[in-house]
Write a protein that binds this ligand. Sequence first.
Ligand SMILES: [Zn+2]
Length: 443
Amino acid sequence: MKMNSLKNIFRPTMPMSKNILFKPDELISNSQKLMLELGLIRQSANGLYHLLPLAQRSLDKLICIINKNMMDIGAQKISMPVLIQSSLWKKSGRLSKNMEDLYIVKDRKNKEFLLSPTHEEVVTNLFSSDPKTYKQLPLMLYQIGTKFRDEIRPKLGIIRSREFLMKDLYSFDKDEVNAVDTYNKICQAYENIFKQIGVKFIKDVFNLTIVEGSSGMMGGSQSHEFHYPSEVGDDTLLLCNNCGFGMNKEVSSDLIKCLKCSSTNIECTKAIEVGHTFLLGTFYSKALSAKYLDSDGTSKPPYMGSYGLGVSRIIGASVECLSTQEIIQWPKSLSPFTVCIIPAKEGSIEERISENNLFTLYNNLTEIFGEDIVVDDRTHMTIGKRFIEAKKLGFPFVIIVGKKVTESPSLYELYKSSTKKSEHFEFGSLIDILKKQCNQQNT
Ligand SMILES: [Zn+2]
């Protein structure tokens, strides 16, 4: 069996002070510092980051959660080109409005393209490229792909970078009533995704004209956001302490009474936006002449919605919300590995037994955690040094095969990042406890 080896994982670590030049006024957040120092990400240029293998594993786990939830509601995954003909954005009128945030490139024939910040125009154009009838609706198409924004001040590492990974979903419905249904279904799926990630989130209203639950004002203006509360966030939310209703301060800066329960117990919170949903109405379908054939034989513009998740941002923001200055804490769902095993140091008395038991240990853990286990096989380093790093990297479980394996029966040390505590166990109880933990996690 091939074991995942920490020694072999590409992880250029770096003391921040020496290798990175930050402008004096630049805010360095905990997640940015830790992810750089521990070799999870690396800066390529200002606001541009490499995601290295450990961060990539975390990202892949998030993508799995997203895909699963999208499959559950019947959304279909596609990939659209990153290069967008700017003529499409001229049709919607967005080109002139967003010029300074856009990367614009030209091909050899001098034709102009955008590096995609979002795909409403492109997906609407795709929709209209082929005749549709009402029977094919609702249609939900999504992708997980690279997006670009020429930020004036990129910051916080992968939380606010100039190139990032987004999950963007677009819905097409035959009328407003159906579009609202689809909108609610997708918002629910997004809530499920955030619950499965496990970091405390806030779903808040972005559009003041809509009060959740009121039936009167539906249609082309519903919008919600998903936020992670954090001091380093750029958004300010107004939160009702009584019923949990939240609203972006951008929308209403002088809210004194909760719109849902009329409570005046309202609190201001800084937060990072990690998702945004819009009910678009027929704006893009009309601008790009997208139509479907309705049951009455007439052609009509479909009602659309657009729904974004900041995929790479969720990784950075999760780390930001849970970690301390010194130690990464992952939500268990996104930890690059669930278990890290630290075998004995080479040349130690316990080395032989440790080596002999490692295979059985790894094998038994594989039955519980699949391939979600890594061995810190840098056995030239002391256990203590490797343990410090394993704690910093935030693996939910660390198993140390130290001196006590020479006892009879052998004892293994189990450290849990959730409690920050270590205990010693015999082999059988160790496996039982981890099995229990794994089951709890999956329910
Ligand atoms: Zn309230």
